[in-house]
Design a protein around this ligand. Structure first.
Ligand SMILES: Nc1ncnc2c1ncn2[C@@H]1O[C@H](COP(=O)(O)OP(=O)(O)OP(=O)(O)O)[C@@H](O)[C@H]1O
Ligand SMILES: [K+]
Ligand SMILES: [Mg+2]
Length: 688
């Protein structure tokens, strides 16, 4: 888990200063019009300013200047408080983005051309497709993919995590990020995007950018709140003939105050801060999101798809045993397995060579450097591993060697009319039912033996899945491995379901199928072949160490490369939705109470029957109105910490959670203003 500035206080001085400045800038009606509730409050403020001038000019039907001016000030403060809520959320987001951007400053890059000549350039001059070299101590100048070599890298600049990580060419751990540092060895890296325009850069500027796009949910809620506002405009306007009839003229100040108290200003003022804070919390968890929508969707997920290898298991599958088929010597099997792995850059392939070396076998071709591994094997054709074929191998002049998943090799063997030996089938089952991955080796389409690969279930993963289950999220493990291995690992890890012998397109199919039945699906991936599924999923989280294609396809990137991060993302999303829901409930419940403060105040002198409504027993009509709008204004800053931090989330199931929140925020929302307004009324009358 990451620790990036996790404990920053809510209101740092520099951020507050910036937010105060922004609160005033945001008074610009052209900016404020995007928030209809606050925009109407601003219009009310402007009207009160006119009334103040009118009173100064000698008008005496509207009460004293001081009273009108007080109302004007309080309304202005209401708008400023709402602006401040949004501005402080934005300032916090920007500060986060800044700390990430710092890692992406100019650094020298050792660019290497086709002839191997190295020139030093500034990182900002790099182009997509340039190749650079990084050695011990170098800061990586740009995002790219390793095309040669392996290195340990200190990624703490972006992850906050001090443990070095290994990145190497080939496979799904080949990505490096600009600003991180090479601790050992030497790598050749190809630039995948122009500095400043990489996916990460785009996402950083998105976080920084004040003109954040509203999510569809936010837009819907804004429309709803605007609707409320319109209804209350009508309510207030229709009061006018009523007051004429009752022979109690209502002052403009009272009229506007009633209106401002009735419209949902609390949620109207906090809505956008809640959304920004959600994205910000994701960033604090080292997840960069392309849109606020992705975070919201994460809170509503039904199903999450997780890879087996590297996600649920540690992922360093290592060869532990060779099992020759009947009639084949162990040496022959090891030789076949080694030749078939010479150019296999996957961890599995490398571990086979290592195990062979431990057993004392070295192929002559291995004496050369990595570049000419196949020099000793003339006229060879390398068959790289793909998740599609689930095999890899090599074709030589007179031999065709393959290694791969049991069912894939079985097919090869049977097409060639050879029988699959029963002893190897048994071995395969034995390895699988212990959670290992069997690879079958074939030579010229007949079985030479099997290799056992072992992997370990990550500690603590079972508890995390349990937590997800309590939140109502279904977990599905997807693996290219056989059903037996899959079943063993699935049970051990405690996932709800699994898909075995899955090819990349099977993930797509599963996602589409779930989506067709109205479910929201998330997946996490790193490989190029995960890209289509990452794009298809409602929430696609790519690992920063993954390929560029995967990062482009998803809508979030995890800087920590922690495949279980999805769980945290789900919690952040749930918290965001809940915070919004509860504050909306609170805001509307609040307004009900204010109605009881103001309406009796307006008519009490002419309609004594309204006395029964005057449950608050406020001091005077004017102090009732002042108290109500003061309460209406200060509740906004009082709730900013809750909007930014989010309401606390407990995985107790949706229904129980709803009941608990309705009780606290609905009932509380009705009671709190009664107390608050009464208190302010008492204070006002003692002061005046
Ligand atoms: N380097 C390799 N050469 C040949 N076969 C391999 C190699 N690596 C894996 N396999 C076989 O291909 C299968 C699928 O591998 P793949 O990496 O697609 O899925 P996986 O790692 O089992 O699951 P996950 O989707 O969680 O990564 C493996 O179960 C194994 O049988
Ligand atoms: K209100
Ligand atoms: Mg894999």
């Amino acid at each position: 888990m990451s620790t990036r500035e996790r404990k920053t206080p809510l209101f740092q001085r520099a951020l507050v200063n910036e937010a105060l400045r922004q609160s005033i800038i945001k008074l610009n009606p052209r900016i404020l019009v995007k928030n209809p509730v606050m925009f109407t409050v601003e219009i009310g403020t402007a009207v009160m300013l006119v009334v103040c001038i009118w009173v100064l000019a000698g008008e005496n039907s509207q009460g004293s200047f001081a009273y009108n001016f007080a109302i004007f000030l309080i309304l202005l403060l209401t708008v400023l408080f709402a602006n401040f809520a949004e501005a402080i959320a934005e300032a916090r987001g920007k500060a986060q983005a800044d700390s990430l951007r710092k890692t992406r400053e100019e650094t020298p890059a050792k660019v290497i051309d086709d002839n191997g000549i190295i020139t030093t350039r500034s990182s900002s001059q790099l182009k997509k497709g340039d190749v650079f070299i990084c050695e011990v101590g170098d800061t990586i100048p740009a995002d790219g993919e390793i095309i040669e070599g392996i290195a340990t890298i200190d990624e703490s600049a972006i992850t906050g995590e001090s443990a070095p990580v290994i990145r190497e060419s080939g496979g799904d751990k080949s990505s490096v990020t600009g600003g991180t540092k090479v601790l050992s060895d030497r790598i050749k890296v190809i630039v995948t995007s122009k500095p400043g325009e990489s996916f990460l850069d785009k996402m950083i500027s998105l976080v920084e950018n004040a003109s954040r796009q509203k999510t569809p949910n936010e837009t819907a809620l804004t429309i709803l709140l605007a609707g409320f506002t319109l209804i209350f405009i009508i309510v207030c306007v229709t009061l006018q003939p009523f007051s004429l009839y009752a022979n109690t003229p209502i002052t403009i100040a009272a009229f506007i105050s009633l209106f401002v108290c009735l419209i949902p200003t609390t949620i109207g003022g906090l809505l956008s801060a809640i959304g920004i804070a959600g994205m910000d919390r994701a960033l604090r968890a080292n997840v960069i999101t392309k849109s606020g929508k992705a975070v919201e969707t994460a809170g509503d997920l039904d199903t999450i798809l997780l890879d087996k290898t590297g996600t649920i298991t540690i992922g360093n599958r290592k060869a532990t045993n060779f099992y020759p088929a009947e009639g084949i010597s162990e040496d022959d099997l090891i030789e076949c397995a080694t030749i078939a792995s010479l150019s296999d850059e996957t961890p599995e392939g490398k571990s086979i060579i290592e195990l062979a070396a431990i057993k004392g076998f070295r192929h002559p071709a291995m004496l050369g450097s990595t570049a000419d591994l196949t020099l000793g094997l003339p006229q060879s054709r390398i068959i790289k591993f793909s998740a599609e074929t689930r095999t890899s191998g090599i074709d030589l002049e007179d031999r065709s060697i393959r290694k791969g998943a049991y069912d894939a090799i079985k097919k090869l063997v049977e097409i060639a009319n050879n029988t699959f030996p029963a002893d190897i089938k048994n071995i395969v089952e034995k390895i699988s039912s212990n959670g290992g991955t069997p690879l079958v080796v074939s030579q010229n389409n007949s079985v030479a033996g099997a290799i056992e690969l072992q992997d370990i279930v990550k500690p603590g993963i079972r508890e995390r899945f349990e937590r997800l289950r309590k939140m109502g999220v279904k977990t599905v493990m997807v693996t290219g491995d056989n059903p037996l291995t899959a079943k063993y690992i699935a049970e051990k890890a405690g996932v709800d379901d699994f898909i075995a012998e899955a090819k990349p397109e099977d993930k797509m199919e599963y996602i589409k199928k779930e989506q067709a039945s109205g479910k929201l699906v998330a997946m996490m991936g790193d490989g190029t072949n995960d890209a289509p599924a990452l794009a298809q999923a409602d929430v696609g989280v790519a690992m920063n160490s993954g390929t560029a294609a995967a990062k482009e396809a998803g809508n979030m990137v995890d800087l920590d490369n922690d495949p279980t991060k999805l769980i945290e993302v789900v919690e952040i999303g749930k918290q965001l939705l809940m915070t919004r829901g509860t504050l909306t409930t609170f805001s509307i419940a609040n307004d009900v109470a204010k109605y009881f403060a103001i309406v009796p105040a307006l008519f009490i002198t002419s309609i004594p029957a309204l006395q029964s409504m005057n449950i608050m027993q406020l001091n005077s009509p004017q102090s009732a109105i002042l108290s109500a709008i003061i309460f209406n204004a200060i509740i906004i800053p009082l709730l900013i910490p809750l909007a930014l931090r989010g309401v606390s989330y407990k995985p107790i199931g949706a229904a129980a959670l709803l009941r608990r929140n309705l009780l606290i925020y609905g009932l509380g929302g009705i009671i709190v203003p009664f107390l608050g307004i009464k208190l302010i009324d008492v204070l006002i009358s003692t002061i005046l």
